[in-house]
Design a protein around this ligand. Structure first.
Ligand code: ATP
Length: 319
């Protein structure tokens, strides 16, 4: 490849900017031309594409969100939309594309790969729901935000001897709830991957209160149900009325942690090197600290395995 482009797509996540910066700077370092596509696949179809230089990505490594903005684009689901997108790249001589996003964005990248544009997908989502990578870009920051929020809740819960239900993001993947729950000593963690027993949760809560516990935190991934519902069902069982906190989009904002910045930087540079080596249709990730490239077809057709060992540990430590 001589000329590549980068875009961000789907839900944003902290560290997307660090990834864009790494792609742009690494490409320029290797003597490639590099372009940015604004607003994901929508910008690709609308031809919203501009050249980037070293300074275009200055002062963004520490910023949340994405300077390239992101969008969901229905038109790109059609073969005509995909053709148009590929043509808009080709007419500028762009033959490689780095897509930073989630599962859906990967499928779009795969379609472009089949149309002859070399593509690389980077996992940009807070949910950590992408297989063949231990972590996605933004996950570490999102977990830190949840842990910080729970620390604050704990202070006031302990003063008042109350309990809290904290609803966090994660429709199909409970990793934010799992990691934040373990890190903040939650009494129960409800995730979509493991069937839960509210009778047991409610009984443990009353038992713990009777044995001197002065607060309790229940972390609920949104895919399980709303925090309000869970809280009501707990009250029906044990009479305890947990306060509900829904963290919502706060989990997607703010400055990325050093882990996310480093992950984004490594993956962005890896994407450029893979494109230069002639590879295409790959999703990039990190497994046991090593950079790995996996066929997008395989990634989008595999469910992320759940870390049951960590889940059981959290339960054991929460008595
Ligand atoms: P998140 O996990 O944060 O939701 P995502 O990348 O999965 O991110 P989607 O909205 O699913 O977010 O996908 C982003 C965009 O990718 C879509 O708006 C669409 O333009 C494109 N896309 C999704 N699925 C496909 C597909 N099967 N073929 C082509 N393009 C697709």
């Amino acid at each position: 490849v001589k000329s590549i482009a980068v875009l961000t797509s789907g839900g944003d996540s902290q560290g997307m900017n660090a990834a864009v910066r790494a792609v742009v700077r690494s490409a320029l370092f290797h003597g490639l031309e590099v372009y940015a596509v604004q607003r994901g696949y929508q910008g690709l179809i609308k031809d919203d594409i501009r050249p980037m230089d070293l300074r275009s990505v200055g002062d963004i490594i520490q910023r949340g969100g994405t300077i390239l903005q992101t969008a969901r684009c229905k038109e790109f689901l059609t073969p005509e939309g995909q053709q148009l997108g590929a043509e808009n790249l080709r007419k500028r001589g762009i033959d490689g594309l780095v897509v930073i996003g989630g599962d859906g964005s990967y499928q779009g990248a795969n379609k472009l790969s089949k149309l002859g544009i070399r593509t690389m997908g980077l996992p940009g989502t807070i949910d950590n729901d992408i297989p063949f990578t231990d972590y996605t870009i933004g996950f570490d920051t999102a977990v830190s935000i949840v842990v910080d929020a729970i620390n604050k809740l704990r202070d006031t819960m302990t003063s008042h001897e109350r309990s809290s239900v904290v609803e966090v993001m994660g429709r199909h993947c409970g990793d934010i709830a799992l990691f934040a729950g373990l890190a903040s000593g939650a009494e129960a963690i409800l995730v979509p991957e493991v069937p839960y027993d509210l009778d047991d949760v409610a009984a443990r809560m009353s038992d713990n209160f009777q044995h001197g516990k002065r607060h309790s935190i229940i972390v609920v991934a949104e895919g399980v149900g709303s925090g309000e519902d869970i809280s009501r069902q707990i009250t029906e069982r044990n009479g305890i009325e947990p306060r509900v906190t829904v963290l919502g989009h706060i989990q997607r904002g703010g400055s990325p942690t050093h882990n996310d910045r480093i992950l984004a930087s490594r993956l962005g540079d890896f994407a450029v090197r893979q494109l230069m080596a002639g590879d295409s249709g790959k999703a990039l990730g990190i497994v046991n600290g090593e950079l790995v490239a996996t066929d997008i077809d395989k990634v989008v057709n595999t469910k992320k395995p759940f870390n049951r060992e960590m889940y059981d540990l959290a339960l054991r430590l929460s008595q």
